[in-house]
Design a protein around this ligand. Structure first.
Ligand SMILES: Cc1cc2nc3c(=O)[nH]c(=O)nc-3n(C[C@H](O)[C@H](O)[C@H](O)COP(=O)(O)OP(=O)(O)OC[C@H]3O[C@@H](n4cnc5c(N)ncnc54)[C@H](O)[C@@H]3O)c2cc1C
Length: 372
């Protein structure tokens, strides 16, 4: 149970993000859909919920929220599973849902069909199939007329055509404290240079925008700022005040650029630019990097696509399949890494649970008044 949660834990289980709720909401797309959900179960609510379930948290230097270091991801998961089990919930593992019978009962592989009053689908997106989130449900719900947007990788690596010498030297190296811009959207953080191209939180944050363009265009040019904390004028002054003559030495010692950043400049600058200080400092602030494609769906941290949001009513109920609800990554929403994904899923879970509890209450009241 919760294998994706454990996979997420391998890179540090980033549960949510520490910011005001209004700031948090700006990271979700479409934010009009996510805003009311997040306001009903905020990052502070989530942290309190974790704390009351003996999962203490801490805020990391980048405002990301993690379980305290003494707690391993498996222990976090076990605490949640223990809580669920205490609520008289029966869990059936290795039981794949494969559709409905003619009577509308739920069909699973290996067990008898189940008649249900209410159904909550939370079968995830379509990355990391090994965790069970294989997107197999897409065709099944489409056959009931539900519109499901095609899955695409999000928060994923992007392909760059590296020059052979560059990648032989710099594969696996990080580019720290950089900023990226694409179509007016800016993100900062870290990148990692891989044989395939670039990965890391700075490019993950732009993944939806880049993917949208790649639907119609063969490549996308993103702008990399290797020194976001300095202006072109400040860089130029440092360059001019240097007593050194070799460009590489000035970049390394006066402008404090690391070897990979210098290598990158060499790949993306012409000789003329590299030897012209004015043009070079401008390029440090705006290296054009051409992206050819997105990495594979299966290794993406999350997926774009899923059930179209207009297929749901205000309570996550599928309009075409009454009494059936869908939440989490099954739905067509997007957020970058930074704890926003789990926060979004937990908020949806909370809001839907409240709604279903209120239905149950109404039902009880109906029986009571009928009995009277
Ligand atoms: C490598 C990696 C790192 C990540 N790191 C973070 C992070 O640090 N912070 C963060 O916020 N998010 C992170 N995420 C994203 C986050 O884990 C997901 O967004 C989140 O788990 C989605 O929750 P979900 O419940 O919608 O789906 P899932 O967690 O994918 O769960 C879906 C469940 O449904 C089951 N299922 C699927 N199909 C069927 C079927 N037909 N029948 C029965 N069961 C089925 C699956 O087996 C699975 O148990 C990461 C993801 C990955 C892959």
């Amino acid at each position: 149970m919760g294998r994706k949660f454990l996979v997420a834990g391998e890179g540090g289980l980033n549960l949510t993000y520490n910011s005001t709720i209004e700031e948090l909401i700006t990271h979700y797309f479409p934010s009009e859909f996510m805003a009311p959900i997040l306001r009903k179960f905020t990052n502070s609510n989530f942290i309190s919920w974790l704390n009351t379930h003996e999962i203490p948290t801490f805020i990391g230097s980048s405002n990301r929220v993690f379980p305290k270091s003494e707690l391993k991801p498996i222990e976090v998961l076990n605490k949640i599973v223990t809580f669920i089990s205490s609520r008289e919930i029966e869990v059936k593992l290795d039981t794949k849902w494969v559709g409905w019978t003619k009577e509308g009962h739920l069909c699973f592989e290996g067990i008898q069909a189940i008649e249900s009053d209410l159904v909550v689908f939370a079968m995830g997106g379509s990355s990391w199939k090994v965790t069970g989130s294989d997107g197999h449900w897409k065709k099944i719900v489409e056959a009931r007329g539900v519109r499901v947007q095609a899955f695409r990788a999000a928060n994923c690596a992007f392909e760059v055509d590296w020059n052979k010498d560059f990648i032989a030297t710099h594969e696996g190296k990080p580019l720290k404290n950089i900023a990226l811009t694409y179509k007016g959207h800016c993100s900062s953080g870290e990148l990692v240079i891989s044989k395939f191209g670039l990965e890391g939180n700075a490019i993950y944050a732009l993944s939806q925008k880049i993917q949208d363009t790649l639907l119609t265009e063969e490549s996308v040019v993103i702008i990399l700022d290797l020194k976001p904390t300095m202006t072109v004028d400040q860089l130029r002054a440092k360059y001019q005040n240097s007593g050194r003559s070799k460009v590489t030495d000035i970049l390394k010692n006066d402008l404090n650029l690391d070897r990979s950043s210098i290598g990158l400049l060499k790949q993306f600058c012409s000789r003329e630019t590299f030897s012209n200080p004015d043009l070079l400092v401008e390029t440090i602030k705006s290296v054009p990097v051409s992206i050819k494609s997105a990495g594979g769906l299966d290794k993406a941290i999350s997926t774009l696509g899923g059930i179209a949001l207009d297929e749901l009513d205000d309570n996550f109920q599928l309009k075409k399949i009454p009494n059936s609800y869908a939440i989490g990554e099954m739905l067509d929403w997007y957020a970058p890494t930074g704890g926003y994904l789990l926060q979004g899923c937990f908020s949806m879970g909370f809001v839907l649970a409240n709604h279903l509890n209120s239905l149950e209450l109404k039902e009880e009241q109906r029986y009571t008044s009928a009995g009277q």
